[in-house]
Write a protein that binds this ligand. Sequence first.
Ligand code: V0V
Ligand code: CO
Length: 146
Amino acid sequence: MLTRIDHIGIACFDLDKTVEFYRATYGFEVFHSEVNEEQGVREAMLKINDTSDGGASYLQLLEPTREDSTVAKWLAKNGEGVHHIAFGTADVDGDAAAIKDKGVRVLYEEPRRGSMGSRITFLHPKDCHGVLTELVTSAPVESPEH
Ligand code: V0V
Ligand code: CO
């Protein structure tokens, strides 16, 4: 079951400048940043709010790390802007399978590694009324040793 908006992915040409815009304009701070070589992105997660399912909602700012990445291709065509939306679920495998059964193309056979150790997959934008849609299961929260 999809229980939150996990993040909105925003493609930008210059991550540092875009982070500074969100900080100066809204006061949002970087919660986490990393490079995902497989996806060809350098990203910053700005936490906006916690959610009632125990997760959180973020803005995900994305800068391409190489010219052949999906985000570089998208930026060349569209310029900066909203690139994808991600729904959070406790069960990305089950939800992806159920959505596939409804005739929507799921882009990965198996979920891949996403931000902060999450597991992610994508739905084809042409099957989702023009919206590239991601499904995310967050990494389990480490509980303190007793
Ligand atoms: C492409 N299209 C889009 C789109 N990207 N429509 C809406 N939103 C997007 N972001 C449209 C495009 O305008 C074309 O429509 C059509 O789809 C085919 O696009 P294309 O330019 O030929 O590109 P493709 O087919 O090579 O690749 C498109 C897909 C690709 C969606 C298959 O971008 C992909 O695999 N995306 C999933 C991975 C990804 O985006 N990773 C970056 C974020 P017309 O012109 O034919 O009408 S990584 C991330 O979010 C992480 C790590 C995380 O959250 O943790
Ligand atoms: Co994303």
